[in-house]
Design a protein around this ligand. Structure first.
Ligand code: NAD
Length: 190
């Protein structure tokens, strides 16, 4: 959409990927002072808090699309504000004691669910397919499984990707036997 996107990270590998992909990467305190629209998507808590709200420009827009509404510390925002008014549905204007206005979308809840129409079916079909196949695995193997979190098998993700690509009419290539040998055989490969 032509936006200049800044990525804020705590994981050095993800941050480096973002730099290599051409995004600006900086600390959240640096970003707080220059951003126009802030979107949290971490699954973590209190990502944007008092020290960030204190640095934001007049007119900044903040929202969350991660796991829960705790990604934005709304009590901190309210504590800095002298007044709050709903300017339109899903858009609350917090006026700071110094006059700056910060706009909170969807009360910090998942903005694409709370303020729009949710996930498109083109995304949910893959998620539900994964959940369904995981339940099938649980029904078949559950008794022998331990009480821990299991990662979904790559084979299951691959099966869904194959079906999804075919429903989209997209074809991909397959490795030739010579390519398989080259990639897997230490003697012939590099
Ligand atoms: N709104 C939706 O429709 C929707 C859809 C899918 C996932 N989600 C949610 O989005 C969140 C992220 O999902 P994901 O699959 O991208 O997870 P992910 O783990 O791949 O990405 C989260 C990133 O946030 C970073 N992070 C964690 N704490 C941080 C902090 N304090 N400051 C800066 N960065 C921090 C992590 O390093 C990681 O790179 C999850 O909570 C997930 O449930 C929402």
């Amino acid at each position: 959409m032509g936006a200049n996107v800044i990525v804020v990270e705590v994981d050095p590998l993800k941050a480096l990927e973002a730099v290599m992909d051409g995004y600006s990467v900086m600390s959240s305190l640096e970003a707080a002072a220059v951003g126009d629209v802030f979107v949290t998507v971490t699954g973590d808590t209190s990502i944007i808090r008092k020290e960030h709200f204190e640095r934001m420009k007049d007119g900044a827009v903040v929202c969350n699309t991660g796991h829960y509404d705790c990604e934005l510390n709304i009590p901190d925002l309210a504590g800095l504000a002298k007044s709050v008014r709903e300017v339109r549905a899903n858009n609350d204007e917090y006026t700071m004691k110094d006059g700056r206005r910060i706009y909170l979308l969807a009360k910090g809840r998942l903005v694409n669910l709370a303020a729009a129409e949710g996930h498109p079916s083109e995304v949910m079909d893959m998620s539900f397919a994964n959940q369904f196949l995981s339940l099938v695995r649980l029904a078949r193997e559950g008794k022998s499984m331990g009480k821990k979190v299991y990662t979904i098998d790559k084979a299951q993700d691959t099966e869904i990707a194959v079906v999804k690509l075919s429903t989209m009419g997209r074809k991909i290539d397959t490795l030739t036997p010579a390519q398989v040998a080259y990639l897997t055989d230490f003697a012939s490969g590099t």
